[in-house]
Design a protein around this ligand. Structure first.
Ligand code: FES
Length: 212
């Protein structure tokens, strides 16, 4: 059996390797860049940031015969389900049709950026990652430019939290993508950092000795 299946992303059809995530397949085979924060191709997907929300459809089938139903113009009927899905956790399936440029996708991206910035400092002019920051880049590309959030409600977290002798965490700049915790657990095999608390109190901590 072939290791390749057919999917369509934004109208581009291609054969892609089975088992890939939609984000990786779209980028590798169609050159379609679905924005991500928490995703990394070498780490297990966790779907934490929601930046990669997309519309995922599958061909509708006749329940009795299994045949793909068709529209009047002869094209396959696609069922996109009721909501958006995270492209970094959904694996490709034969016949899958993905839309990444629709209004609901744009609205979701704007909302994710808006939400992330509610607890992010305005450090860009003094940040050593300014100009090469994915949050800055995706904000420019997908952010709405305005916010419903009251600046006075901004959360201010600690900026110099030691996780080890050499590594300090700026909690205000952390967007809690979990890449660092997954790197430590999956690549380094040394899970000395992890998440603590829930919701707006979520933070990266270490309780290990020696530390990071
Ligand atoms: S990149 Fe998919 S949820 Fe973060």
């Amino acid at each position: 059996m072939s290791d390749f299946i057919t999917i369509t992303v934004d109208g581009i059809e291609a054969q892609v390797q089975k088992g890939m995530t939609v984000v990786d397949a779209a980028k590798q085979y169609m050159g379609v860049d679905i924005p991500v924060f928490c995703h990394h191709p070498k780490l297990e997907p966790v779907g934490m940031c929601r930046m990669c929300l997309i519309e995922v459809g599958m061909p509708e089938r006749d329940r009795a015969t299994g045949a793909i139903l068709q529209n009047e113009d002869g094209t396959a009927k696609i069922n996109y389900g009721r909501g958006l899905q995270t492209g970094c956790t959904v694996r490709v399936a034969d016949g899958m049709v993905i839309r990444t440029t629709t209004k609901p996708v744009d609205v979701a991206r704007e909302a994710v950026i808006e939400f992330l910035l509610t607890s992010h400092p305005l450090d860009c002019p003094i940040c050593d990652k300014g100009g090469e920051c994915p949050l800055q880049n995706l904000t420019m590309k997908h952010g709405e430019g305005t916010t419903r959030f009251d600046y006075n409600d901004k959360i201010h977290n600690k900026k110099h939290v030691p996780l080890g002798d050499l590594i300090w965490l700026d909690r205000e700049r952390c967007i809690q993508c979990g890449r660092c915790t997954r790197y430590q657990a999956e690549i380094a095999g040394d899970p000395v950092i992890g998440f603590h608390n829930r919701g707006r109190k979520l933070e990266i901590v270490t309780n290990s000795d020696p530390r990071l």
